[in-house]
Design a protein around this ligand. Structure first.
Ligand code: NAD
Length: 256
């Protein structure tokens, strides 16, 4: 059995993945805003530090895998703070625990919205590690009536961070695969209210066309996270693996 830490474990994709791993006999430490093994608000530096401190206490400093699923999709600055800075702090903060683990692996949840038009001011500030500037850029986007761009910008920056970071000495050089998955539309408490709103479902479905099998259930995404964080994954790293019913192929065509 392996020891996993899953953020966003109280709901949706994180919850389904934690349940799948526990059913296989693995130990899963869940982290979320409340009601989990580790309660920590990943929008704040204090919450990010608390996640790492508590993880170290609860595991004795060894983790075999991290699945960073915590995220939010609102038109507010916290969306960049949680989705990018919280996720990066999770992965960077827990990396020393992974380095002490067995067949260590990490994966984070980006999104097919990473390939939608995004706000470079938000994404570039995030990639530069400047949370104050990224927050200011998100607030400016809201002022311009473009708050919807914050989410995709956060996921764009996260995907690029994975590609930059995965090949480095700290990750690939230490034997730790680091990947992102990019889901299309998954039926979870994040999306169910939007999909139930007349008109919004049509907008989502035209922005994220899913010709293969339509919207996914969270437990249809979990097997991919399971594989990417398993010892069987020896050579997949630095990838953004789309699990999107064909949305990426539809939107970007043959990639030429
Ligand atoms: P969800 O809302 O069901 O679960 C997200 C979890 O993250 C919640 O339990 C929430 O409490 C937690 N969270 C939010 N803010 C937090 C914070 N500040 N600190 C700690 N935890 C926090 O959503 P989901 O659909 O399961 O989403 C999981 C991940 O997948 C997210 O990163 C989301 O952006 C991404 N994603 C979802 C979809 C989709 O269609 N559902 C598509 C692409 C990507």
């Amino acid at each position: 059995p392996r020891t996993y830490l899953v953020t966003g474990a109280a709901s949706g994709i994180g919850e389904a993945t934690a349940a799948r791993l526990r059913a296989q006999g693995h130990t899963v430490l869940g982290a979320d805003l409340s009601g989990s093994d580790i309660d920590a608000d990943l929008s704040t530096p204090e919450g990010r530090a608390r996640l790492v401190d508590r993880a170290r206490e609860l595991t004795g400093g060894r983790l075999d895998a991290v699945i960073a699923s915590a995220g939010r999709q609102l038109f507010d600055p916290q969306t960049i703070q949680v989705n990018y800075f919280g996720a990066v702090a999770t992965l960077e903060g827990l990396r020393p625990l992974l380095a002490a683990g067995t067949d260590p692996r990490a994966v984070v949840i980006s999104s097919v919205t990473a390939i939608h038009p995004h706000d470079p001011a938000i994404a570039d500030a995030a990639l530069a590690g400047d949370e104050a500037a990224a927050t200011a850029a998100a607030e400016a986007a809201i002022q311009r009536g473009e708050g919807h761009a914050i989410y995709g910008s956060s996921k764009n920056a996260l995907a690029r961070w994975v590609r930059r970071t995965a090949p480095t000495a700290e990750w690939a050089g230490a034997g730790i695969p680091l990947n992102a998955i990019a889901p299309g539309t998954v039926l979870t408490p994040m999306t169910e209210p939007m999909l139930a709103t007349p008109g919004v479902r049509e907008i989502i479905d035209s922005a994220i066309p899913m010709p293969l099998n339509g919207h996914a259930a969270a437990d249809q995404v979990a097997p991919l996270l399971d594989f990417l964080t398993s010892p069987a994954n020896t050579h997949v790293t630095g990838q953004i693996v789309f699990v999107d019913g064909g949305a990426d192929a539809t939107l970007r065509g043959d990639g030429a």
